[in-house]
Design a protein around this ligand. Structure first.
Ligand SMILES: Cc1cc2nc3c(=O)[nH]c(=O)nc-3n(C[C@H](O)[C@H](O)[C@H](O)COP(=O)(O)OP(=O)(O)OC[C@H]3O[C@@H](n4cnc5c(N)ncnc54)[C@H](O)[C@@H]3O)c2cc1C
Length: 484
């Protein structure tokens, strides 16, 4: 009998195996795939991993991210660079193989290419059945990912909130790769409750789209239009990774195991609902599961210890991330403005990305600034002076902040990539949008709090313009309807 069996040898399974084997436990790891195996993933590693993994994982990091270009529906680009890294880019086949090798070096035993079909929990052991084999262990760790066979068989409820994502690896020419350099591109607003991204790797880019299941229609259609907007349609496809589910951390009722089995990583729905980050949570939950088994004085105590550790360390953060996600994706236009225009929000978001700050800070800052922005929007337009259109708390003045900036140095408006005026109708008028840069006449409608007097914006009638706005702004057009 093994001390522990681990099903799934992704980041959660391998790190759990490494910790248990290092403590002298007899551990068996099973995975249906042969390693190195491909995995549908954008491969962005959080800097938080530096705190929980040995530095050796940097050997499989292909790029260190230092910049970001955000956009809203392909427009309103916001670009910035940071002096300190924001994340690491890897290819999952390399990263996961590295983690597995580290676990094997510690004395773990792995059988790959062996799919687990059944799991049965008895009073004093747990039996895992693959094709042709039965393995018996005192404990089991479920690390078999989003569609976890183990968790389902041991009674976990079906995931209630799942994001669906589609991803490809695309070859781009050297000039394009060089232009991207160490920066990622992320687009919000097009995909309901989701986003699209281009992440640079050593010799190609990973391109993907993802959104909440039930809110998105055809991911493929979003992918196709995003790829053409990013001018990647003509680039050659290296690998179409296809679609995959991302089990987002639930609001309540998360299940983390049974008496003899602990669920980890995606199998425990430990994914950040805001940015879809799951690798760090997989690694850390694998480590916490191993620690809980090692520290349990009796079998029944393992789950209690594990749940306590998760609720102390990971769940609060994921719960705050959920609040941010709910706000951000419910009001993407407002939230995008708050994120890109307010220095305090941006600074706390960056600190969270780096693991220096908790999501709670972002949430509180978001709520405060969004509340102020909403109040401004709802004030009568005629009485609002143009000067008050900028966000409060924005230390860099009313215009300069719109330029791309380095979060550790002064704003540099030269980096600002002005978006093409089109569907974006500035809710507060064009003045703050332009960042001091003169806008074309069509985009100037509404500058300085002027009301819309039935004018055509970007060649479209007011009724059409209104469709682009959130419901609370429809009143801006009421007086026009009345006159007609
Ligand atoms: C498109 C996409 C992009 C993403 N981008 C990022 C990102 O940039 N950064 C980030 O942090 N997270 C990202 N994620 C989330 C991240 O990929 C997961 O959270 C992470 O892989 C979870 O690790 P895990 O060890 O729990 O499971 P996995 O990595 O999924 O590993 C599960 C393992 O279990 C094995 N397995 C499954 N079923 C069985 C079975 N029945 N028998 C035996 N073996 C089995 C599989 O072969 C696999 O090796 C992304 C996800 C998707 C879908």
């Amino acid at each position: 009998m093994y001390d522990a069996i681990i099903v799934g040898l992704g980041p959660a399974g391998s790190t759990a195996m490494e910790s248990l084997a290092a403590a002298g436990w007899r551990v068996l790891g099973l995975d249906q795939a042969d390693f190195p195996r491909p995995k549908v993933c954008a491969g962005c590693l959080s800097l938080k991993l530096d705190k929980v993994l040995a530095p050796g994982f940097h050997s499989v990091v292909e790029r260190t991210v230092r910049g970001m270009t955000l956009s809203y529906r392909g427009e309103r680009s916001f670009h910035f660079r940071a002096a300190r890294p924001l994340g690491y880019m890897t290819m999952r086949e390399r990263f996961d193989a590295y983690l597995l090798e580290a676990a094997l070096r510690r004395g773990g035993e792995a059988r790959t290419g062996e799919r687990v079909l059944r799991v049965r929990e008895a009073a004093d052991a747990i039996v895992v059945t693959t094709r042709g084999h039965d393995y018996e262990g005192r404990f089991l760790i479920a690390a078999d990912g989003a569609a976890s066979t183990v968790a389902r068989q041991l009674g976990r409820r079906r995931e209630r909130q799942v994001a669906l994502a589609l991803e490809s690896e695309v070859a781009v020419g050297k000039p394009r790769l060089g232009a991207l350099g160490d920066e990622v591109r992320i687009e919000f607003g097009t995909i309901p409750f989701g986003c699209a991204w281009v992440f640079p790797k050593a010799d190609h880019v990973s391109v993907g789209v993802g959104g909440l299941k039930g809110r998105i229609g055809s991911l493929k259609a979003y992918y196709t239009s995003y790829v053409s907007r990013e001018r990647l349609a003509a680039a050659s496809l290296l690998r179409n990774r296809g679609g995959w589910a991302i089990p987002l951390h639930p609001r309540r009722g998360a299940q983390f195991g049974t008496r003899r089995c602990l669920f980890t990583g995606d199998a425990a729905e430990l994914v950040d609902p805001f940015i879809g980050e799951g690798i760090y949570y997989a690694v850390r939950s694998g480590q916490l599961a191993a620690d809980s088994l090692l520290g349990a004085t009796e079998d029944a105590a393992a789950l209690v210890r594990y749940e306590a550790a998760l609720r102390r360390e990971l769940c609060p953060e994921l719960a705050w991330a959920r609040r941010v996600a709910t706000f951000f994706y419910s009001f993407p236009k407002l939230a995008y403005r708050v994120l890109t225009e307010n220095e305090a929000v941006r600074a706390s978001a960056l600190a969270v990305l780096r693991g220096d700050e908790r999501y709670r800070a972002v949430w509180l800052e978001f709520r405060r600034q969004a509340g102020r922005a909403l109040l401004q929007w709802m004030r009568p337009r005629r009485t609002r002076p143009a000067r008050r259109l900028s966000f409060p708390g924005n230390g860099s003045g009313s215009h300069a902040w719109l330029g791309g900036y380095d979060d550790e140095t002064a704003p540099q408006s030269a980096n600002f990539q002005q978006s093409v005026p089109g569907r974006w109708v500035p809710p507060l008028g064009g003045n703050h949008l332009s960042g001091g840069v003169p806008l074309p006449p069509a985009a100037k409608v509404g500058v300085g709090g002027a009301t819309h007097r039935g004018r055509r914006e970007n060649g479209r009638a007011p009724a059409e313009q209104r469709q682009d706005l959130p419901f609370w702004q429809h009143s801006r057009y009421r007086h026009q309807d009345a006159r007609r």
